[in-house]
Design a protein around this ligand. Sequence first.
Ligand SMILES: [Zn+2]
Length: 357
Amino acid sequence: MSSLHLSGVLLPEGEQRDVWVRDGRFTFDAVPGAETVARGGWLVPGLVDAHCHVGLDPQGGVDEATQEEQAVADRDAGALLLRDCGSPADTRWVQDRDDLPRLIRCGRHIARTRRYIRNFAHEIEPGELTTYVAQEARAGDGWVKLVGDWISREEGDLAPSFPAEAFTAAIATAHEHGARVTAHCFGETVLPWLVDAGIDCIEHGTGLTTDLVETMAAQGTALVPTAHQLDNFPMYAEQGAERFPAYADHMLALHARRRETIMAAYEAGVAIYAGTDAGGVLPHGLIADEVAELASYGMPADYVLGAASWRAREWLGWNAGLDDGAPADFVVYPRDPRTDLSVLREPTAVVLRGQVV
Ligand SMILES: [Zn+2]
C-alpha cells in the first residue's frame, strides 16, 4: 500500500498543515518517500449520505452489478460512509470491498401489508412487528428502518402504518437488541407516537410541529429531511390525485411548508443530517445536491457541511476530524466549501481507506 502526502486546510478545524497517509491512516509524522497527491486545497472528512438505498431501484431489489454502480456513484461524489436506510437486497458483500464506501445497513424496511412501495419492504401486520424488528436488528448494522406512515387506501390519506402501542414495542425491541430505530414519516399523526417512544431518528419529517421539534432536540432525536426528495411531493400528489384527492392535497400542503417545518427543527436545535434518499426514485451520487438544497432552506454552509461530513460521521460512530491515527477517508476540494458549497461537485481527489479512488 503506497503512502501519501498532502498539504492543505484541514476541516472542520480550518488549520493549514501537512499530513501523511500510511497503512490507511492519517499521521502528522512525515513519511519518507510518500507520494504527494495534493498541495493546497481543503481536506474534508469523507462525506456521509445518511439516507440512501444501495440495492434498490423503483421496481425493488437490484443485482450485484447494479449495487456496485450505485456504490461507485456515491463514492465518486465523495460519499465515503453510507447509512443504507433499507434494502431488500443482501449488500453485505460491499463491506468486503476496499474500493467501495463504508456501509451501515438498516436491513429491509418494515411496513404494513400493502402499505408501501411494492417489492421494497417486509409487509406485515401489527402482531408480527416485534418479531420482524428483532430479525432485522440482528441482520443489520445497528439500525432498523420502519415505515411510519403511508397512504391508506381505506382512509384515502396518509395514515400511521401501525398502532401507537405496536410502534412503542417495536422501538423497545430494537433497543434491547442494541439497534437504533429510524422511520419514514411524511404526515403528522405518527410523529408524536414515535418521538414519545424514544425513536432515534426521523426520515423526511415533513409533518413535524413546533412542540415536537423541541422534544426531539431535548432527547437527541435526529432528523434526516432528504430535502431533495421532498421536491417530488407534487409528483406523488399528482399520481394519487384522481383516486385520493385528500391525500394529494395533504402532500401539497406538506410540500408547501417544508422549508418552515425543517427550519423550525433546525432552530430548535434538532441534529440534522444530509441524506439523498438515492435508490428509490432518485439516482445515487447526489450528496452535493442535497447539501445545496438544505443550504437553500437557510441553514449556514458550515452547519450543512458538518451535516454531510464530520457531525454525521460522529453520529454514526466514525471519526469526526482528520486526526492523527484516524482512518484516511477524505475528500480534497480546490476551494473552501464553507464559503462555496458548490465546490462539493468538483472534488480534486477522493481518498478512501488511504487510497486515491
Ligand atoms: Zn428512503
